[in-house]
Design a protein around this ligand. Sequence first.
Ligand SMILES: NC(=O)C1=CN([C@@H]2O[C@H](COP(=O)(O)OP(=O)(O)OC[C@H]3O[C@@H](n4cnc5c(N)ncnc54)[C@H](O)[C@@H]3O)[C@@H](O)[C@H]2O)C=CC1
Ligand SMILES: O=C(O)C(=O)Cc1ccc(O)cc1
Length: 354
Amino acid sequence: MSADRPDAVVPGPVLVVGCGLIGTSVALALRDLGVTVHLRDASASHVEIAASVGAGSPDPVVSPALVVVAVPPAAVVDAVRAALAEFPEAVVTDVASVKGPICAAVTDPRFVGGHPMAGKERSGPMAASGLLFEGRAWAVVPTADTDPEAQALVERVATSVGAVVRRMDAESHDRAVALVSHVPHLVSALTAGLLTEAPSDDLALAGQGLRDVIRIAGSDRGLWVDIIGSNADQVGGILDDLATRLDDLRSAVRNADGSVGEHLDRGRAGVARVPGKHGDQPAEIATVFVSIDDTPGELSRLFAAVGNAGVNIEDMRIDHELGRPVGVVEVVVQAGVAEHLLTALTERGWAAFR
Ligand SMILES: NC(=O)C1=CN([C@@H]2O[C@H](COP(=O)(O)OP(=O)(O)OC[C@H]3O[C@@H](n4cnc5c(N)ncnc54)[C@H](O)[C@@H]3O)[C@@H](O)[C@H]2O)C=CC1
Ligand SMILES: O=C(O)C(=O)Cc1ccc(O)cc1
């Protein structure tokens, strides 16, 4: 599809400013849709890498229809203002994790705030993927001045790269992400921090549960100092609440007063409230574990077997067994088909269990 055709996602070229994880992922996803993408970054090597993985052209762009600013939160206000000034015809959007500062600073009708709720614990263009936004929420945060047509363009782009648009104002957005992203990140970092002094024999017992809790703690330090600093009020409020609950839990554990279970029940109730893919109602899901040889082609054989059993994979993880040439694949499926999948895989010789 040509970007110049009337049915194209964007009516002209797109300039991505900031070719790190998110910018390069947006660029790759748009290129897959046939959009012409140009790349710009403060780091020449990031532009070079992004261009070399097929994210777009490093050449200057003449008149972009859309500029996607994907720089760290501390740099976003200046970069958005610069893009609005340099390209007077373009719609400009950003992807920063906090929306209050940028939405308060920019009143141009061509600006639309945005935030894809998708990422990774790795930064930079090498970590990018055109499929990153598939099934993920993308917050679209217009200001009081945003032109509805500019907003419609940004929403079309978000939808076209596979995301599900959630419209909200900046304050609601920042309150929500403090709860669902920023505080969980800090809790993950605190938990992982407990491990720094642990004897390695203790760490050898680590299983998937710990890895699930600490995965995001491996993220880029500078980016997260920036994100937390930009959303300090909202994050601070939730940390106050969490500190009270931690005190309660500590007393419950020390005094064996029987209320530990209440904290666990509240946790289970919270898990059940998190929506499934595409913002659906929370799905009843179940995991089928499959032990596979750690050799090339085994995963694709397993996926084919799951597909032949007529089962859709909702999610998956791989846990490598220490010191053994096998891995355990956790295949997450709708709860109603888990038993059928277990039987189908076992009958075909897979070492599957629940
Ligand atoms: N990492 C994540 O999981 C997510 C990050 N975000 C947001 O996306 C934005 C980018 O984050 P990442 O891609 O993860 O970071 P990154 O570190 O991978 O990429 C940032 C890029 O911006 C470039 N850059 C920095 N200042 C610049 C400037 N003034 N002009 C041009 N280029 C500049 C850097 O050289 C780098 O290539 C941030 O605002 C972040 O809050 C949003 C969703 C998820
Ligand atoms: O790694 C994950 O699971 C994430 O949730 C990534 C993420 C990080 C920062 C954001 O602003 C949005 C999403």
